[in-house]
Structure formats: structure tokens, C-alpha cells
Design a binder for this molecule. Structure first.
Ligand SMILES: [Zn+2]
Length: 213
């Protein structure tokens, strides 16, 4: 299913009562067509003296409508964001974005309520919907270095010519080729705005660029 406001709202309310003792204040929910994330919690940091963060405000939860998930997976996405919200609200220090605290809460909810919340919420963990009239296109640049190693760069639309100029001038690069493809494999690479290359095997290249042009 695709996320809808009533569904996300109802999911939030239900799990707030069930898993968080109803302690999470209501949060505005915003649907977005983002393809790079499933959900995220945003807030504004209010800074005090010396630029220290004194409080967080204007929380909102963004949920992407760009993915077709099972009802249960979508609920787990909301739960994942609710854990972030809980940690942020209570100013709990964690070892990283999905650190020890996050994992402890996640493990407790998974165990107590039979959920399957994960810390993977990257685009390539799920099926991407290709909307009619809105095909996902990747500008894939394959660079072959003089030592024979191959790399890929998935370029943002506006950066294709700049990146092409850069790579073509680079002495260590022997060959630069561009492909246009909608293979979802390439969703795992960030849309590069600056010259960054990522390792790829010959086998992966052949498998995912055969239908491209
Ligand atoms: Zn997260």
C-alpha cells in the first residue's frame, strides 16, 4: 500500500498508546514523494548562548509515498520514526543515529509486539514504484581507470555535463561512458553533484546495463 495521511496518523496514535505509553505529543505528518528515504523526523534546533542547542521544536514526520509497502512494513516505518522522535524529544544521547539506545528500544518493541522494525530504511530495501508518466531515470557514468578498475557515478540531471567534463579531463581515467537506465539497482548510489566514483564489478555492470542506452 501507499502511505496516506489517515493511515499514518492512525498508526502513530495506535503505537503511541501501545508502545510509548501515549507519551509522544502529536506531530504533524507530511507526505512526500521522496525516493531517497521512507521516513524521517525533522525539527528545528533553537540555539542559545554560544550557539549551543537549547531546544528542539517544530517537529514533523515525513513519510514517502514513493514506495509500495505491505501494511505491516509501512507501520514499521512509522514505528522506526517514532523511536527517533522519542529519543530526540527526550534529549537522549545515543552513540549514533541508530546507536545503542535506538537499537534497544527497537529490539524491545520488536520482541514485545512481534514487530520487524529495522534500521535499514534506504530506498533499495524496498520496491520502488515507477509511476506512469514519472519514470525513474538514472544517468550512469562508467569510468575506466588506466589501471583497469571500473567505477560508476549516478549523476544528478543538472550535473551530467559538468561531471563529464571533469572525468574526461582526469588523467587517471582512460574511458568515460554514459548510460541512461531505469534499473532500480542504481537507486543505491547517491545522485552525485560532485565527482565521486563507486566501485562496481564487471558482472554487476553487465547485468544492470544491458537494457540501457
Ligand atoms: Zn532512522
Amino acid at each position: 500500500m501507499i502511505a496516506t495521511l489517515p493511515f499514518i496518523q492512525e498508526t502513530f496514535d495506535r503505537f503511541n498508546a501501545l508502545c510509548f505509553e501515549g507519551c509522544l505529543p502529536p506531530i504533524p505528518i507530511v507526505l512526500t514523494r521522496a525516493g531517497s528515504f521512507l521516513g524521517k523526523v525533522e525539527f528545528k534546533a533553537k540555539r542559545g548562548l554560544f550557539g549551543l542547542m537549547t531546544s528542539k521544536q517544530d517537529f514533523r514526520m515525513k513519510i514517502s509515498t514513493g514506495f509500495d509497502l505491505s501494511e505491516e512494513d509501512l507501520e514499521d516505518v512509522v514505528l522506526h520514526e517514532m523511536i527517533h522522535y522519542y529519543i530526540l524529544l527526550n534529549n537522549i544521547r545515543d552513540t549514533s543515529a541508530h546507536g545503542r539506545t535506538f537499537r534497544n528500544i527497537m529490539a524491545r518493541i520488536n520482541a514485545d509486539y512481534g514487530r520487524h522494525i529495522t534500521i535499514r530504511h534506504k530506498a533499495d530495501d524496498v520496491q520502488r514504484i515507477v509511476r506512469p508518466g514519472l519514470p525513474v531515470k538514472y544517468n550512469v557514468c562508467v569510468t575506466t581507470f588506466r589501471d583497469g578498475r571500473r567505477f560508476v557515478t549516478v549523476a544528478a540531471n543538472t550535473r551530467v555535463s559538468a561531471l563529464d567534463r571533469f572525468f574526461s579531463r582526469c588523467r587517471d581515467i582512460e574511458d568515460v561512458r554514459w548510460y541512461e537506465t531505469s534499473d532500480p539497482f542504481f537507486s543505491r548510489f547517491p545522485r552525485a553533484r560532485t565527482p565521486k566514483v563507486y566501485g562496481i564489478t564487471q558482472e554487476e555492470l553487465e547485468r544492470h546495463l544491458t537494457d540501457s542506452h
